[in-house]
Design a protein. Structure first.
Length: 788
């Protein structure tokens, strides 16, 4: 797309530098921990060493005697105000602090308030808790067996650990198609628990002003407005009214979905501030963050694919067991307990599909949220892309040819999938062709054949994924009843500069830059003249926040719509100034000129000045607009990724030799920022494919609770990414843009896993679960008679 504006104006398509970076690279950002208030107290949290245990006694005597310690808060204290439990975003319940028992290792048990962070830590270590261990349930399959200990004894009528059953699609048609199929493949796939491990851990400062009953909370949250409403609903009975709550989400050091939920630490800090009348700061340490904050994935999947001998796919059938830990605190739209998992037919034109998911409670921290994925889309993509590869190999077809045969064709869009989604636009073969050309696919297949003759292990893996982002049309999407629209409010100042505020919240995505570019595109005001603000509920318009790559599809659209409202008023003012009819004016970014007389014009800056100094009689002064945008549909970005791996037969190590990512997110606002999103996303796709996993031993002890064994990739392990773009605009988005923030994380793991299996298929290997560690591969090689 050739930009419509000059680089100086910096509208869509220009790689202008990020406005936020001068403060970030100089260490001048303001994160929660940078905020220091007079008289502030510090919170530290006592955590359980047991995964399931009765609390017999909490003795605070020694803690209270520790110098600097002001108070110890327990579940009993919160229970007096009915604040010891809180609702989750999925309308389940979660303990703030326990009264009877703990449900996972590292769960909050008590909180210590002190005059310094160090005193709080000393006090925390001095709290004495007596526990009585209870039987632990770690495996969700065992959790659902008859006779398994019932975990949620707080729920009066609960007799098992089953949370919900959810299914989607046409079961009868799917079963029929399977019965008639010429070929079927079936595979168990486990997608393990992982953690986003953002650079900044979660933190807040709660400051309650006893004089005017106003609560201000600086907080690491991706959704400040929703949090304000939830606080008002949960704590209304203790006097917190919504107009007296201000949530400020300052600079955030990575969210990736992990900063959507409300964690107990936030609520304890608020309660502590209300009780003491002092500001209270809570900052998690790295291990608390890794062990107790919400997790992603943990899906036990059984998938089946049906097709014809010529390689035509016909049906997909999936059964899944979802391990949610001890409460369902996933951040899904409320209608969809398994998120958007039913995008699992992916990029393929299938006749029939049926998917079932069961949620289970276990003695683990809450799971089922994020890791850079629009509500279970990664699980869906991984499943269909693995299954497509298994089917292709089974039929002896090249995985690229197989995909092209089954892709939804460009002329089929808008396309209604077997599971009911309406895909807005796509050109899947276009992206795959470009990726194949960039990587030199044919030559690589020849090299692979040569190497195989020599006994060397090389694999080529493809992932042609379809994402679904931008929740959502409000008739289907809400969180706790709050409809998932988003907003933009623009004010143009008399001198032609502007401020724009949004209901979303950047965590590193560069919104201050890209939203300004949208306004520059629509109004011709240079992006450098536009101030973008988000994250302060006292000033920003209401919106549902930033996750699920929804900022561009929803708030970005609101920015375009609000800009167009401003343009409409500007036209009337320009007509008044030029003494012509509004219809006699033509717009180009930055000015209105008279039709047929291009030298008679008024710039947007002239018009802005007139809006305050010389506006037409009968028109309101000023130049402002607001839009609350409810998208007519989601956007469906897509891409094709190709990965080449070499496997060391001696150690089982998988080396990613090349990785080409071709993405299509429709029209692009800032190509440099999109590339940055892809690079980061690919790294977060590479990580769970080869390195990251959180598991638990039989007693519920976390394995991987620190960076010593939770392996986050560094620059050393990370492959060199090669990127490419195709552009298929969204027909319903005002700018033709689709979201892109999660595409790479969603699409990458399958490309890597497919490459590994491609290298090993001839040995009889059909599947490897991620993370594909050297130990796993080495064992496979040994089991299949290959050793060195
Ligand atoms: N963009 C663009 N053109 C497009 C689409 C997007 O220029 N066609 C730009 C946007 O303007 C924005 C960025 O790319 O600056 C991401 O936009 P979008 O896809 O709309 O996603 P969001 O802004 O809603 O960001 C959320 C998404 C999610 S859900 C996760 S998780 C994630 C991700 O973004 N977390 C991140 N990327 C992250 N990047 C950083 N640095 N930190 C995180 O926590
Ligand atoms: Cu699901 S990770 Mo992002 O949507 O914040």
């Amino acid at each position: 797309m050739t930009p419509r504006t000059s680089f100086e104006v910096g509208g869509m398509g220009h790689s202008i530098k990020r406005k936020e970076d001068p403060r970030f690279i100089r260490g001048k950002g303001t994160y929660v921990d940078d905020v220091v208030l007079p008289g502030m107290l510090y919170l530290d949290i006592v955590r359980s060493p047991y995964a399931h245990a009765k609390i017999v006694k909490i003795d605070s005597t020694k803690a209270l005697a520790t110098p600097g310690v002001v108070a110890v808060i327990t579940g009993q204290d919160l229970a007096k105000y009915n604040l010891h439990w809180m609702p989750t975003l999925m309308s389940d319940t979660q303990m703030v602090l326990p009264v009877e028992k703990v449900m996972y290792q590292a769960q909050e048990v008590a909180a210590v308030l002190a005059t310094s962070r160090y005193a709080a830590a000393d006090g925390m270590a001095a709290v004495e808790v007596a526990y009585e261990p209870l039987p632990v349930v770690v495996d969700p399959r065992k959790a659902l067996e008859p006779g398994a200990p019932v975990l949620r004894t707080d729920k009066k009528d609960k007799k098992d650990n089953h949370i919900w059953h959810w299914e989607w699609g046409d079961r009868a048609a799917t079963d029929r198609t399977f019965a008639e199929a010429e070929v079927t493949v079936k595979q168990d796939i486990y997608i393990p628990r992982i953690h986003v491990a953002s650079i900044e851990t979660c933190a807040c400062i709660a400051s309650f002003d006893k004089v005017d009953s106003k609560l201000t909370v600086w907080m690491t949250t991706q959704a400040p407005h929703a949090i304000r409403t939830v606080f008002a609903l949960v704590a209304g009975h203790v006097g917190l009214a919504e107009h007296k709550i201000r949530i400020i989400s300052p600079d955030i050091g990575g969210g990736f979905g992990g900063k959507v939920p409300v964690y107990p630490g936030y609520v304890i800090a608020v309660a502590a501030s209300v009780l003491t009348g002092k500001p209270v700061k809570w900052v998690e340490d790295r291990m608390e963050n890794l062990q107790a904050d919400s997790f992603a994935r943990d899906y036990h999947i059984t998938a089946e694919l049906a097709g014809k001998k010529d390689g035509t796919l016909t049906a997909l059938r999936i059964k899944t067991l979802a391990d949610h830990g001890y409460t369902d605190a996933a951040a899904n739209p409320s209608k969809f307990p398994a998120g958007l998992f039913h995008i699992c037919t992916g990029s393929y034109d299938l006749k029939a599909a049926h998917v079932e998911v069961d949620g289970a409670y276990t003695n683990k921290p809450p799971g089922g949220i994020a890791y850079r994925c629009s509500f279970r889309v990664t699980e869906a993509v991984h499943t269909i892309e693995r299954m497509a590869d298994i089917m292709a190999h089974q039929l002896g077809m090249d995985p690229a040819d197989f995909r092209k045969k089954n892709f939804i064709k460009p002329e089929q869009f808008p396309y209604k999938s077997a599971l009911g989604w309406e895909y807005d636009s796509g050109n899947y073969a276009g992206a795959l062709d470009l990726a194949m050309e960039k990587i030199g696919y044919a030559a690589l297949r020849r090299e692979q054949a040569d190497k195989r003759r020599r006994g060397e292990l090389m694999g080529i893996g493809i992932s042609s994924f379809t994402e679904i982002v931008g929740a959502g049309p409000s008739k289907h999407f809400d969180i706790l009843g709050l409809k998932m629209f988003d907003s933009c409010e623009i004010r143009i100042h008399p001198t032609g500069k502007a401020i724009a505020r949004f209901g979303t919240k950047s965590q590193g995505q560069g919104h201050e830059t890209t939203y300004a570019q949208i306004l520059a595109e629509e109004l011709g005001i240079p992006a450098s003249d536009i101030q973008v603000e988000e994250g302060d509920t006292d000033t920003a318009p209401y919106g549902l926040g930033t996750y699920a790559s929804r900022s561009t599809p929803v708030a970005g659209a609101a920015a375009a719509v609000a800009s167009r409202k401003i343009q409409d008023k500007a036209r009337k003012i320009a007509a008044h100034l030029l003494e012509v009819a509004p219809d006699d004016l033509v717009w180009e970014p930055g000015k209105f000129s008279v039709k047929g007389a291009p030298d008679r014009f008024k710039t947007i800056q002239d018009i802005a000045f007139a809006a305050y100094t010389n506006h037409p009689q009968g028109m309101e002064a000023g130049l402002e607009a607001v839009s609350y945008y409810d998208p007519p549909n989601l956007t469906y970005p897509f891409g094709s990724y190709i990965c080449v791996v070499d496997i060391d037969k001696g150690t089982g190590e998988v080396k990613v030799r090349r990785f080409v990512a071709v993405d299509d997110c429709g029209n692009i606002i800032n190509p440099m920022i999109v590339d940055g999103q892809i690079h980061g996303g690919l790294t977060m796709g590479f990580a769970p494919a080869l390195l990251e996993e959180i598991s638990y031993d039989e007693s519920g002890n976390i394995q991987g609770g620190s960076f010593i064994d939770y392996l986050v990739p560094t620059a050393v392990e990370t492959p060199k990414w090669e990127t490419g773009k195709t552009c298929t605009p969204s027909p319903h988005h005002p700018l033709g843009a689709k979201g892109v923030g999660e595409s790479a994380t969603v699409g990458a793991p399958a490309a890597i896993a497919n490459a590994v299996v491609d290298a090993l298929w001839h040995l009889g290997v059909r599947h490897v679960d991620i993370p594909i560690t050297p130990a796993k591969v080495w064992k496979l090689l040994r089991d299949h008679g290959v050793s060195e």
